[in-house]
Design a protein around this ligand. Structure first.
Ligand SMILES: *Cc1c(COP(=O)(O)O)cnc(C)c1O
Length: 485
């Protein structure tokens, strides 16, 4: 039952390959958004009955149909959404092979190839971020959230090694985390997960570009120290989720060093800028970070998920995570890189094969060209928006644009902009979202996440936006006349 007959298997692989190709051919024409009520999806799923098993081909057809109908199609080049790119072909191949060989990387001895290939990738990425070849360590993670969680655990352990035995009681007072108002929500989550609580997170105010203001960071750390509190970690974001803002890494590095707090750079999506020479300077200072979060599944378009945690301290991961248990393999041939001694996971998939294959075939140069094209599309969109009387409210060279309507007095309100987003999604032609920057500025957010988005896709987005704006403006006018006749 589990392995199927060889003929059935051959049919299954063929059916899957065909379904993938058909999807690739049709996805441009599918409605990008999944405008659907939960009851519709649940009723579709109710066709499955585990008491009456299906044929393999029937089950695959069902799954493909479900994904086609009830899924936001990030593989459509007019998906301008959160950083969820389509999966590149070599990445899909890597994922399939990883599953087929069931590469499990708890310890080195379980999969020397899997562990070594991930280590090779870790050292390649460490070098790209400017870490010295003799002093770094790193690990693949489930994503940016686990990488940020790992950073906090490392920072806590360095500050108080006794935490491993005594827990938070080893700290005299609540350890504190400093980050900006535009930080990713995962920072709040990891503060909760580590038992610090959300009140341990100091969200520093941002400037007009939505970047952390370093003087306010320094003042906050001094005030907390003076009050007997325990500053532990500063998180700078290199490419905020909303606006693509890059906190001033050099200044923050220096403040962190002077105050002896761990400096973590969350470069989950923006980190890929190090692969493009003309963007490299944007991340100047990142090599001074004690640790870095980077998601390969974001701008580098490997299938979900592949995060990376990097640190410039060779021994810190082992100090933070190493424990032993009776069923764990004896120290491997190279104990230094047994993944379970270096991270919170035990059973873990190989996340590196899909990255290795993507890079082996695309090369750094292929990525550089693709990212550059996406930057150009971002600039093209900015340009069109300006000429179409939209007001751009963020300021970043990264391909994410946040904008308001400059033609209507209501053009900055959540209601008006939300109306435009709803109209745009209902058209099925594009996917965009509504953002609130620094808790005060409403904007429509459009991000070039797809490696194949072209000018004609941006042109179509502009058409949809114009139509949506005029519909919403008319409705707003009507609303006004009815309210004040
Ligand atoms: C996406 C993102 C994260 C979270 O990463 P996941 O892989 O979704 O867990 C953290 N920080 C930033 C800046 C991000 O863009």
């Amino acid at each position: 039952m589990f392995s199927l007959e060889s003929k059935q298997r051959a049919e299954l692989w063929k059916q899957i390959a065909e379904a993938i190709e058909t999807y690739n051919e049709q996805v441009d024409a599918l409605p990008v958004d999944a405008c659907v009520h939960p009851s519709e999806v649940r009723s579709f799923l109710s066709a499955i009955n585990f008491e009456k098993p299906w044929s393999p081909t029937g089950a695959i057809d069902f799954a493909v149909e479900g994904m086609r109908r009830f899924h936001v199609h990030n593989a459509n080049p007019r998906y301008f959404g959160l950083f969820v790119p389509p999966a590149a072909a070599m990445g899909i191949a890597g994922d399939m092979l990883t599953s087929a060989f069931n590469l499990v990387l708890g310890g080195w001895a379980l999969s020397p190839f899997g562990v070594e290939l991930e280590q090779r990738l870790i050292s390649e990425f460490a070098a790209k971020f400017g870490y010295p070849p003799e002093d770094f360590d790193g690990i693949f993670t489930a994503g940016g959230t686990e990488a940020n969680h790992t950073a906090l655990l490392c920072a806590l352990t360095v500050l108080s090694p006794a935490i491993k035995d005594e827990g938070l009681a080893s700290f005299g007072s609540q350890p504190l985390i400093y980050t900006s108002k535009e930080t990713h929500h995962s920072i709040l989550k990891v503060a909760m997960l580590c038992g610090l609580g959300k009140s341990a997170v100091r969200e520093i105010e941002v400037n007009h570009k939505f970047e952390m203001i370093p003087d306010l960071l320094e003042a906050a750390i001094s005030n907390d120290r003076a009050a007997g509190k325990c500053p532990c970690m500063v998180v700078a974001t290199a490419g905020t989720t909303n606006a693509g803002a890059i906190d001033p890494l050099d200044r923050i590095a220096e403040i962190a060093r002077r105050n002896s707090v761990w400096f973590h750079a969350d470069a989950a999506w923006g980190g890929a800028a190090v692969l493009v020479p003309e963007l490299h300077d944007l991340l100047h200072g990142i090599s001074a970070a004690d640790s870095i979060t980077f998601d390969v599944h974001k701008w580098m378009s490997v299938p979900m998920t592949a995060g990376i945690f990097l640190t410039r301290h060779r021994d810190v991961l082992e100090k933070t995570f190493n424990v032993s248990g009776p069923y764990m393999p004896a120290v491997g041939k190279d104990a230094a890189i047994d993944p379970f001694r270096h991270s919170m996971q035990w059973s873990r998939p190989c996340r590196g094969l899909k990255v290795l294959l993507s890079l082996a075939v695309g090369g750094w140069q292929g990525y550089e060209q693709t990212l550059r094209r996406q930057i150009e599309m971002g600039n093209y969109l900015r340009d069109k928006l300006r000429r179409g009387s939209w007001k751009i409210v963020n300021d970043t060279p990264l391909p994410v644009v946040c904008f308001q309507d400059a033609t209507n007095p209501e053009g900055q309100t959540q209601e008006f902009l939300g109306g435009i987003v709803r109209h745009a999604l209902a058209s099925g032609r594009v996917w965009i979202s509504l953002a609130k920057l620094a808790g005060r500025e409403n904007a429509i957010r459009a991000c070039i996440t797809h490696f194949s988005t072209q000018k004609k896709d941006v042109d179509e987005l502009m058409e949809v936006l114009e139509a949506a704006r005029s519909d919403v403006a008319q409705a707003t006018d009507k609303g006004r006349t009815t309210v004040n006749p």
